[in-house]
Design a protein around this ligand. Structure first.
Ligand code: CA
Length: 519
């Protein structure tokens, strides 16, 4: 059955619209306003609504996403090869806290069932995490974790999982370089994620640069400290310890230590807590031109709901918001928040420059196939995940979030690195939108995946948790999908529902952001 041709224009100033129909539209198709396509236009790609002269701006979301490299007749397919990308917005003279945001009315009465921690934070899962100081111990830890899962976990029905915090850091790195603080604090703060119940347990090799006391100095893990006698040491299994004779004695040590932590974790029970205890990280990956039309606006609406219930919500992905920096600084609650955002953007600009790259390195072949011509167009669609609430805090990569409301957590856009840094910030629930499709998941927190298109949701029916394609199908509004996501979040946070990634136990590796040199 052929559906009538449908195009979506985002802003009244726009001189392009995107094609919504599955499979795209053929040359000669007559649009509802009488415009005839002079090219075949794939789904998600742009069609010129008027003649666009050589050098004129191509407008989407009401802003120039590029300038025409030659005259583009009305009805043409407007692809990335016809566009010159605009230069990046400078970081001087930005509008600072100019938007007087309408106070969003508080939402009350929403709760979920969570695991309350000694430090007041709340977990959505009850997981034993085994921290590692260095990659060298990963194989031994993995071997031990398999045994723990097979032999111990069945005895502790209130514990959801055992997770090995494997990573590539710890030795062979310039550990005193100024930027080494980023991977080190990331790893420290991940060990203290609310889903791990304060049961910090470390496996160390012994000779590595990142010594356990450097990773988790006394006082940095207050939760576990409280339960232990004054001055007691961090719980570390050191593989090079003289007491270990043979591989199995190392494994036995890890299994034995894990057992004491599992016993305590197993005593925990879910209790009713206000929805304000949610700490949500939002990000996107494998984006297409619908990301900014369906899934991301629905997530943005849900972001506003989270702010209204008093929860913490983070958006990230520096290269994907860099082109909308003026929108962000104008939404900052104070000039200080705006200044911190500009600082993070400037740091990232120079980080990219050091590697002889710029923000245009972000877009992928898949993004372009999905209709996104360049990073400017991608950023305009990405930034809407942040909704409309004032931005009240800024977090540097790997820092721990301590505030409610909407925070800009500066991270690379790389899915695994962004997810890893949001975990370190203390995220207890993750929302991930995708247009091209990715089976992304994390072992430490539930990841709710939102598809931008019904075609993806249909084909990946057992990987996508929510279909925002219903918005372009005309069967749901942005608000409907935002509410649907909000209610699903409460169910997933409570353990009443599992995400598809949890069902299949799909998870990606932790990938630390290490801007410092390796040796
Ligand atoms: Ca991403």
């Amino acid at each position: 059955m052929n559906k009538p041709p449908l195009t979506i224009r985002m802003h009244e100033r726009d001189n392009v619209a995107i094609v919504a129909n599955d499979g795209g539209l053929d040359v000669g198709t007559v649009l509802s306003d009488g415009l005839v396509l002079v090219d075949r236009v794939p789904q998600g790609h742009k069609v010129a609504l008027v003649d666009i002269s050589d050098g004129a701006p191509v407008l989407r979301y009401g802003i120039p996403i590029g300038h025409a490299l030659k005259t583009i007749p009305a009805g043409s397919w407007v692809h990335e090869r016809l566009l010159q990308m605009p230069a990046a917005r400078g970081l001087e003279g930005l509008p600072i806290s100019t938007v007087k945001a309408l106070a969003l009315p508080p939402l009350q009465g929403y709760t979920f069932e969570g695991f309350r921690n000694a430090d007041g934070s709340v977990g959505t899962r009850n997981i034993l995490a085994i921290t590692q100081t260095v990659q060298c111990v990963a194989g031994v830890t993995d071997f031990a974790v398999k045994r723990i899962k097979a032999e111990l976990l069945p005895r502790y029905p209130n514990v959801d999982d055992v997770v090995s915090l494997e990573h590539g850091y710890g030795c062979g790195v310039a550990i005193d370089a100024p930027d080494a603080v980023v991977p080190i604090r990331t790893l420290r703060n991940i060990s203290l994620n609310p889903n791990f119940g304060g049961e910090v347990m470390v496996v160390s090799l012994g000779c590595e640069k990142l010594q356990p006391e450097r990773l988790l100095p006394p006082g940095s893990f207050a939760i576990a400290d409280e339960r232990k006698p004054e001055g007691s040491a961090l719980d570390v299994v050191c593989l090079q310890d003289d007491a270990h004779v043979g591989f199995m004695s190392m494994v036995d040590s890890i299994v034995r230590q894990a057992d004491t932590h599992l016993q305590r974790l197993n005593q925990r029970r879910r209790e009713t807590v206000p929805a304000s205890e949610l700490v949500v990280g939002v990000q996107c990956g494998g984006s297409d031109a619908f990301s900014g039309v369906t899934a991301n606006p629905a997530v943005g609406f849900c972001t506003d709901l989270l702010v209204r219930v008093g929860a913490s919500v983070m958006f990230s992905e520096t290269t994907e918001v860099r082109d909308g920096i003026d929108q962000l600084t104008s939404r900052a609650t104070t000039p200080e928040v705006a200044r911190r955002m500009i600082e993070e953007m400037a740091w990232y600009d120079s980080y990219l420059q050091r590697g002889s790259a710029d923000r245009s390195a972000n877009t992928t072949p898949g993004n372009k196939k999905g209709g996104l011509s360049n990073i400017v167009e991608k950023a305009m669609g990405s930034i809407v995940k942040s909704g409309s609430a004032p931005i009240s805090h800024v977090l540097a990569p790997g820092e721990k979030l301590k505030h409610k409301g909407l925070t800009y957590a500066a991270t690379p856009a790389s899915d695994f690195i962004c997810g890893t840094l949001q975990l370190a910030a203390g995220m207890n629930l993750h929302v991930f939108t995708t247009g091209r499709g990715t089976p992304y998941g994390l072992a430490a927190v539930p990841v709710i995946k939102v598809a931008t298109r019904s075609d993806l949701a249909r084909r990946w029916h057992d990987l996508m948790d929510i279909n925002a394609g219903t918005i372009t199908d005309g069967t749901a509004t942005i608000e409907d999908v935002g509410w649907q996501l909000f209610h699903l979040m409460l169910d997933v946070a409570s353990g009443r529902k599992k995400t598809w990634a949890e069902q299949w136990k799909l998870h990606n590796a932790l990938v630390l952001f290490n801007p410092a040199p390796v040796t």
